[in-house]
Design a protein around this ligand. Structure first.
Ligand SMILES: [Zn+2]
Length: 154
């Protein structure tokens, strides 16, 4: 005879301390100085932002630090208009993958400086390939939110 087990619903909090290591510590320290730092692979020449300790294409750790451009293009984006657990912002907001000029990958961040009062208009106006630039938070804490958002360049 098969035993039936009951289940209960419970909330689990899982505080986590994440070691940033040498590379990400320097990357975040750069943000505090309004610099977006990346690393350039000495073998293939690709530049990565956020900085990487090794090239994800060549798997070599011979990288040099570079200061990336603060402007780039939106590769893809999404408009978040629904609430769910764990959000750091109240919807609506836009998140995008931004490819900074001269880099070979994307950074994921908010897009701000846009009118979110009419979401239909946002969906019509915001386009892949749109030029954006970093807007800095006035209070910096050496974390990703030192960049408040990327704003469209008009
Ligand atoms: Zn490489």
């Amino acid at each position: 005879m098969k035993k039936e087990y009951r289940t209960i619903i419970n909330d689990v909090a899982l505080p986590y301390k994440w070691a940033l290591g040498r590379t990400w510590t320097r990357f975040f320290d750069g943000l505090k100085e309004e610099k977006i730092l990346g690393t350039k692979c000495l073998q293939c020449g690709k530049t990565f932002v956020p900085a990487r300790s090794f090239c994800p294409d060549c798997f070599v750790s011979e990288m040099e630090w570079v200061e990336a451009a603060q402007e780039g293009t939106i590769v893809t984006w999404t408009l978040v208009d629904a609430e769910y657990d764990g959000q750091t912002r109240k919807p609506p907001y836009v998140i995008a993958l931004v490819k900074l000029a001269g880099t070979d990958c994307c950074i994921n961040h908010y897009v701000g400086g846009i009118d979110l009062s009419d979401l239909k208009k946002v969906r019509q106006k915001l386009k892949e390939g749109a030029k954006v630039k970093a807007v800095w938070s006035p209070d910096k804490k050496a974390d990703i939110h030192d960049i408040a958002y990327f704003a469209p360049v008009r």
